[in-house]
Write a protein that binds this ligand. Sequence first.
Ligand code: NAG
Ligand code: NAG
Ligand code: NAG
Ligand code: NAG
Ligand code: NAG
Ligand code: NAG
Ligand code: NAG
Ligand code: NAG
Ligand code: NAG
Ligand code: NAG
Length: 836
Amino acid sequence: MRSALYLTPLLAAIRVTTAQHVHYAIPEVEENVQSMMGEYHQYAHYPGPSPTYWQHPKPRPTKPVPPPPANQCDYWLADIKHQGIAAFNPDPSNYTVFRNVKDFGAKGDGVTDDTTAINNAISSGGRCAPGTCASTTLTPAVVYFPPGVYMINSSIIDYYYTQLIGNPNCIPTIRAFATFSGDLGLGLIDGDQYQAGGVLGFGATNVFWRQIRNFIIDMTLIPATSSATGIHWPTAQATSIQNVVFEMSSANGTQHQGLFIESGSGGFVNDLIFNGGLNGGVFGNQQFTMRNLTFNNVVTAIDQNWDWGWTYKSININNCSVGLDMSSGGATAQAVGSVTFIDSSISNTPIGIKTAHGSDSQPPAGGSLILENVALSNVPIAVQGADNATALEGTPTNTHIAAWGEGHAYTPDGPSVFEGSFAPADRPASLLRGDGKYYERSKPQYQQYPVSSFLSARDFGATGNGHTDDTAALQRAITTARAQHRILFLDQGDYLVSSTLYVPSGSRIVGESYSVILSYGEYFNNINKPQPVVRLGLSGESGSLEMSDIIVSTQGQQRGAVLFEYNLNSPSSSPSGLWDVHARIGGFAGSDLQLAECPTTPNTTVTATNLNQDCIAAFLTMHITPSSSGLYLENNWLWVADHDVEDPLLTQITIYAGRGLFVESAAGTFWLVGTAVEHHTKYQYQFADTKNAFAGQIQTETPYYQPNPSAPLPFPYVASLNDPQFPNTTAVDGNVTIPNADAWGLRIVDSSNILIYGAGLYSFFDNYNTTCSDQGNGEVCQDRIAEIVASSGITLYNLNTVGTHYQLEVDGVNVAYYADNLNGFIDTVALFKSSS
Ligand SMILES: *[C@@H]1O[C@H](CO)[C@@H](O)[C@H](O)[C@H]1NC(C)=O
Ligand SMILES: *[C@@H]1O[C@H](CO)[C@@H](O)[C@H](O)[C@H]1NC(C)=O
Ligand SMILES: *[C@@H]1O[C@H](CO)[C@@H](O)[C@H](O)[C@H]1NC(C)=O
Ligand SMILES: *[C@@H]1O[C@H](CO)[C@@H](O)[C@H](O)[C@H]1NC(C)=O
Ligand SMILES: *[C@@H]1O[C@H](CO)[C@@H](O)[C@H](O)[C@H]1NC(C)=O
Ligand SMILES: *[C@@H]1O[C@H](CO)[C@@H](O)[C@H](O)[C@H]1NC(C)=O
Ligand SMILES: *[C@@H]1O[C@H](CO)[C@@H](O)[C@H](O)[C@H]1NC(C)=O
Ligand SMILES: *[C@@H]1O[C@H](CO)[C@@H](O)[C@H](O)[C@H]1NC(C)=O
Ligand SMILES: *[C@@H]1O[C@H](CO)[C@@H](O)[C@H](O)[C@H]1NC(C)=O
Ligand SMILES: *[C@@H]1O[C@H](CO)[C@@H](O)[C@H](O)[C@H]1NC(C)=O
C-alpha cells in the first residue's frame, strides 16, 4: 500500500501543515524563491524578463527566467480574473466558463466524498451531458482543481467541451474510496459514460475539443481484485490528456487498469506515468499519437486491443511482464492494424512486444510493426510472434534496436513481405535532441509565472462576444503583451476579426477552453487575393513564438482566408510551438456555415454554376511559407466540418476549403506530432520544396462530397502554390469505375528528408455514399491518395489507407495496390523508402 499522500520526486519534501490544506514546501527551493523574488520585485513593472533583456529586445538569446510565484502552489489560471464567455450560448451573461470545484463544495481534504460537488462543477449551466446531447460548442468549460486530495465514491462524469485542469504546481489527487463503485460510470473519470442499452453517451468519433491535465489518479485503496479503471476515454480529434500519474495496486493478481480507450478517432496524450496495475493502457481506436509515457511495475504495460495506426514515441517500460501486447485477435484474426514505436526503452521485462504476426497470420498485412531507436535492458524476448515464437531475440543485458519491423515493404518497389532489421531513417540532425531522439516539447502551462506576468485580451477591450469587431483591440493586446514580455491570456470567447492579426516573434498566447479567432468580411473573401487571418511572424523575422488552446475559424463566405500563415525563422534549438491549436471551418454556432446554409446535395450534380458559393469557407488552412523554419506542431486538427456539431443528429453538411496544411520551406525543420487535416478540396498535407520534417501520426480524410464536385472545383488552380492538377477521367478496375479527381491525403513534391512515422489516409465516401469503403476490402472510393514527386530521402512507416485503389504513387507511377496489402478495413504498407 502506498503512503496516504503521493509524493512527486520533485517535491520530495512535501509536508502537510493542516488537515484541510496541503502545503508544499522545500527548504532549498524556498531559499531560491526568496532570492529570485527579490529580483522580481525590483523590476515589478516588467514582470518576467530581466532588465538587460528588456533593453535589447532582439535577438532573443534565451528565455527570461521567470520569477516563481510567491507561494509554490500559486497558479495563474486560478488567480487571473475570470472573464471568459460562451459567446454563442443562448444566455452568455448567465453562463460561467471557469469553475473551481471548491466553489461547488468540493473539500479536497482526503476525507470527504467530493463526487457530487465535482460532478456539479462539471454539469452546472445546462451543459452537454452524455446520453442527452450529441455535441455542441455552446457550453465550453474549464473545471479547475486546486491542490488537495479529492475523495470519490463513484465516477466523475465528464461532459462535452470540458477541460479538467489540476494545479500543475501542486498536483491534486483524485482518490477512490475502497468502497468506490462504478455505479455512475466506468473509471474514476468517465469521459464517455455508457447509457442504458450499452451505448456510449457520446459517439466516440465525435468527441472533440476536450482535455484532462495535471492529476494523480489514485486507485490504490480499491481492492486489487476489483477491475477498476482510472480514466475511460473513447475519443476523437483535438483531445488530450497531459501530465497525469495513474497509481494502481501492485498486489499479485491486480486487476486495475489505468487508461481505457476502446474506440474513437483520436487523438493525443503525453507525459503520463502508470504505476502498478494489470494494464497501464488498454487501447483501441482508429489512430493515436502517444508521447512520453512511463510504465513501472505493470503486468502488461500496454494492451493494444485494436487499431489502424498508432505512433508511440518516448515510451519507458520498466519491470513489467509484457511491454506492448498487440497480439489481440490471435494469428488468424489480428485486430491490430499497425504500430510505430520509436525513441523508447524497455527494461527488466521478459517480453518487450508481443504480436500475433507470423508467416501465415491473417489479415496478411495485420500486425504491422516498426521499431526505431529502441533500447532494451534485460528484455530476453524483444518481439514475440505467432505461436509464441521469438521473432526478435532480446538479451539479459543491454541492446539497441536501430530499426526492425514486420509487414509489407516497398523499398521503393514491392510488396515484399519482411520481418527483420532494416536501415533506420536518416534523421536530420536539426530535428534531434542531444540524445539522438527527435525533439519533443510538451504544451507549456506557464505554471512558473505569477499572475502578474499575464495580460488578458479582455482588458484591451476585446469583447470575444461574437458580434463586435475585435481586430484592433486584439492586435493591441498581442502587441502590448509582446512588448511587455507578458503572456497573453485569450479568455474564452469568439473574437471577430476583419483583417489580419500579426503575432510577432516572442509572443506567447494561451487560450481558455479553445478561444476562437473568427474571421469575417470582404478582406478575407477574394479567392484571387488570399489573406492570412493569423500571421505568425513576418517574412525574414527571427525568433520564436508559442500558442496553445486556440481555434482559428471563419464566418460565412471566406474565399480568400488563409487561417494560419507561419513565416518565422525559429532556431531548431528553440522552435516556435503550436500546441492544441486547431482550425475549425464551418459546422458550429457562429460560423454561419451550418445545416441551414450548407446542406449536402448528393442528388444534384454540382457544377461551377450551381455550386453553393456561400459555403466556400477558406482558401488555405495553414501555410508554412518559404522563408520560415523551426516550427513544432503538437496535437493540431485542421478540420473542415463534415457535419453540424450543434445539430442533435449531427447531420452532414458541405463546406469548401481549398487546401489543408501546405509546407514550402527550403530551410525546413518541422515537427508534426499528432496532427490531422481533413476534408480540404485539393489536398490535406502538401510538402513542396521542403526538407527535414518529422511527422507522426498524420491523419486525413477526403471530402465526403467528392467527386460531386471533383477536386478542381471550386478553387482555381494556382501554379505558384504548387497546386496539384487533377485528371478529368476516371480509373477502371475490372468492372468498377473509380473517381480519380478526389483530394490528395498527402503530397510530397521536390522535397527531401520528409519522415512520416505513421499515416492514416482515409477515403470513406463517394458523394456521401459509404458503399465504396464499408465493405472493407474489394471496394474503393478514390483512385489514389498519396504521391511523391521528384523527392529524395522519403520514409513512410505504416501507411494505412481506407477506400483507396492505389495507396501510393511515386513520380507518376502507381506503387502500392490496395489488394496487395489487405489489413481488415484498412490497407497497410509497413515500410516505404524512396530510392534515394
Ligand atoms: C441562469 O442559469 C441557471 C443555471 O443554468 C438557471 O437555473 C437560471 O434560471 C438562469 N437565470 C436566468 C436569469 O436565466
Ligand atoms: C460509498 O458508497 C457505498 C455504496 O453506495 C457506501 O456503502 C459507502 O459507505 C460509501 N463510502 C463512503 C466513504 O462514502
Ligand atoms: C501470485 O499468485 C499466483 C496465483 O495465486 C501464485 O501462483 C503466485 O505464486 C503468486 N506470486 C507471488 C509473487 O506471490
Ligand atoms: C515526460 O513526462 C514527465 C512527467 O510525466 C515530465 O516530467 C518530463 O518533463 C516529460 N519529458 C518530456 C521530454 O517532455
Ligand atoms: C518489480 O515489479 C514487481 C511486481 O510488481 C514488484 O514486486 C517489484 O518490487 C518491482 N521491482 C522494482 C525494482 O520496482
Ligand atoms: C503462449 O504463451 C501464453 C502465455 O504464457 C500461453 O498462455 C499460451 O498457451 C502460449 N501459446 C502457445 C501457442 O504456446
Ligand atoms: C437523395 O435521394 C435519395 C433517394 O431518393 C433520398 O433517399 C435521399 O434522402 C436524398 N438525399 C438528400 C440529401 O436529399
Ligand atoms: C479533359 O482534359 C483534357 C486535357 O486537359 C481536355 O483536353 C479535355 O477537354 C477535358 N475533357 C473534359 C470532358 O473536360
Ligand atoms: C464485377 O466483377 C466481379 C468479379 O468479376 C463480379 O463478381 C461482380 O458481380 C461484378 N459486378 C457487377 C456489378 O457487374
Ligand atoms: C450507394 O452506392 C451503392 C453502390 O453504387 C448503391 O447500390 C446504393 O444505392 C447507393 N446508396 C445510395 C443511398 O444512393
